[in-house]
Every structure is written in C-alpha cells, then in structure tokens.
Write a protein that binds this ligand. Structure first.
Ligand code: CUA
Length: 346
C-alpha cells in the first residue's frame, strides 16, 4: 500500500475539453430533467387533486434525497481531502451504527410514514352512486371503450378520449377485455390497472380545465405505446352541454351518403357502433361522434378525412397488432367517401 504522502501527490491533469464536458453535462442533464416538469402528460404539472398529492410526495422525497445526497458528498469530501487522520476503531464503529443503521432507518421510516399518511387522500373510496358521474373504461388491445353514466342513469358511449368536468368528483370503473392495461392521466391522478376478470375503481377530481394526454402504462402488446388518449377537463357547464349533445345521434349523420353505404357494404357495423344506425358492434371503438374527437387511433393521428382514410387502409401498419383489418383493397375514392362520412359524425 502506498504511503499517504504519495497518494496525495500531484492532482490529476484533466484535459480542458474534458473539463468543459464535465461542466456542461450536469447543466444539460438538469435542463432535460426540468423539461419533464411541465406539459400535457407530466405528473409534476398537476391539474387534479390526486395528481397534486402525487407531485407533493415527489417533491418531498426529492428534497429529502437532495439533502441526504449533499450530506453524503460533503462527508466523502471531508474524508478524502480535509481530514486525513485515521479514526479509531471505536469511532468507526460509532459512525457505522449512527450513520449506517440509525440514520437510514429513521429517514426511511419518516418518509414511509409521510407516504402512508398521504395515501387515503390519493385513493378515496367513493361509491359510484355517491358521485354525480361514473365513467366506465374498458381496455382493449389497443384502444379504450368509454361509457359515461350520469346521476340520472343515462349512458353515453364513446371511445379513446376522456372528458371530465372541472371541480367535480368522478368515479372511474376500470375493466379489461383482454390483457392487463393501466389507465393513467398523469396530470389528473395516479395510475390504476385494468385487469381481466376484475373491476378496479379510481376516484378523481380534475381541477384546471385544459387538454391533456393519458397513456396506457402497462405493457399490453405490440402497440402498447400507441394506446393513448386525449383527456379534456372542461368547465362543468361546458361538460354537461357536451355530454347532453353526445347522448343523441350525431347531427352530421347522413344515412343516405355514399360513405354510409360503403360502411354498410364493408360490414363495419359488425365491430363498430354508430348511434342512430343499425351498426352496433362492440369489438371496436364506438364511432357515433368520431368526427369530433381530438384524435383517431387512440391518441395516434390527427382527426382529419385524410388520416381517417389512411388508418382505414393501413391500420396494421399504423398500429401493429391492431385487430382492425386493413382495407387497402378498398378503391381510393371509396376510402375518401367513407372517411368523409365518418368525419361528419361530429
Ligand atoms: Cu394497453 Cu399497454
């Protein structure tokens, strides 16, 4: 072993470029990390009561971690540079007992107690009947079936988009038709799994109106990453007007249009439902008001006639593993007519 005087020796010569990289790396890393603190899918930019609690827990944990990390770094510097006398065995034993056992147990107990104390607020049990609105969400590979049930028992069926009234408690009933999925709108609340054969509940209060994004948070197959949805928090009155408009067939429904007969001829109604027509399939997303949704393909494409036609003709390419067959053989003019008819279902 080298004597201490030789270990101390000359400082390492770090090339200038290397030093600059070492200086800017933490800065750019911090900038990247901070970029994750905002946006439509950030749990650190909460717009709901439950997400606020989650964000609070995160910041308390981060502050705790930062203080402890700084303390450990200071101790390491102290040991390496400032104080070089060897410590006695008794002092080392004390350090290990207090610093290695008592301190971590105390800190972890405090943080765990705080997290457990927050939990009842994060997962309040609210029976569906006790809240005004119940939203049933059923996960499918790779889309979301959504049913709104008002206090009056009226049902509105939709898909691949969630709308919530600001400031009101909403009970979600979560189920799955095939795999385990996970329903997560980070801006509004924590995530909850959708498990085959089981009904899970999630109760949320969205607060800040805006358009956010939800995402399936449990790997469920090839297109798991493409199983997203827009989540729109609306002023309570706007929400009620929106829901009321959705409880009737679309005003843009034209049963005599060319697209309507293509929809019938291709038997699209075997999988899709369109309110006000004979189409009542349930194995694919409800299309009653598909033209007014913010996206198509579950948060995947902009909602335009062109993108609808593209999805109909290349569903498997756009969403690998999708159960929707690709209608690439449908003449281009027919694709356009079909897309125009669907887009009109506002
Ligand atoms: Cu559904 Cu991942």
């Amino acid at each position: 072993m080298l004597p201490r005087s030789e270990i101390r020796g000359k400082p390492l010569q770090v090339p200038v470029l290397c030093r600059r990289v070492m200086f800017f790396l933490p800065l750019s890393g911090t900038a990247l990390l901070l970029a994750g603190c905002g946006g439509i899918q950030s749990a650190l930019d909460p717009a709901g009561e439950e997400a606020q609690e989650v964000a609070k827990l995160f910041w308390v944990m981060t502050a705790g971690f930062a203080v402890i990390w700084a303390g450990v770094v200071l101790l390491a510097l102290h040991a390496a540079r400032w104080k070089r006398q060897p410590v006695s065995e008794k002092a080392a034993g004390r350090l290990i007992f207090w610093g290695g056992a008592v301190f971590p147990v105390t800190v972890l107990t405090l943080l765990l107690t705080y997290a457990l104390w927050l939990m009842p607020g994060l997962r309040p049990f609210v029976a569906p009947s006790a809240s005004g609105l119940e939203v049933e969400v059923v996960g499918h590979q790779f889309w979301w079936h959504v049913v709104y049930r008002g206090a009056d028992g009226r049902e509105v069926i939709s898909a691949n988009e969630i709308r919530l009234p600001a400031g009101e408690r909403v009970s979600f009933t979560l189920r799955s038709a095939d795999m385990i999925h996970s329903f997560w709108v980070p801006v509004v609340a924590g995530k909850m799994d959708l498990i085959p054969g089981r009904t899970n509940r999630l109760s949320v209060v969205a607060k800040r109106p805006g358009t956010y994004r939800g995402q399936c948070a449990e790997f469920c197959g090839t297109s798991h990453a493409l199983m997203a949805f827009p989540a729109v928090v609306m002023a309570a009155d706007d929400f009620r007007a929106w829901l009321s408009a959705r409880s009737a067939p679309s005003a843009g429904l034209d049963a005599s249009a060319a697209g309507a007969s293509i929809f019938r001829d291709q038997n699209c109604g075997a999988c899709h439902r369109v309110s006000g027509t004979e189409a009542s399939g349930t194995s694919g997303p409800d299309l009653s008001h598909v033209g007014s949704r913010l996206s198509i393909g579950a948060g995947l494409l902009a909602n335009s006639e062109e993108e609808i036609a593209r999805f109909v003709s290349h569903s498997g390419l756009i969403k690998p593993g999708s159960r929707m067959p690709a209608y690439a053989g449908l003449p281009s003019a027919a694709q356009t007519e079909l897309a125009r008819w669907l887009k009109a279902l506002q």
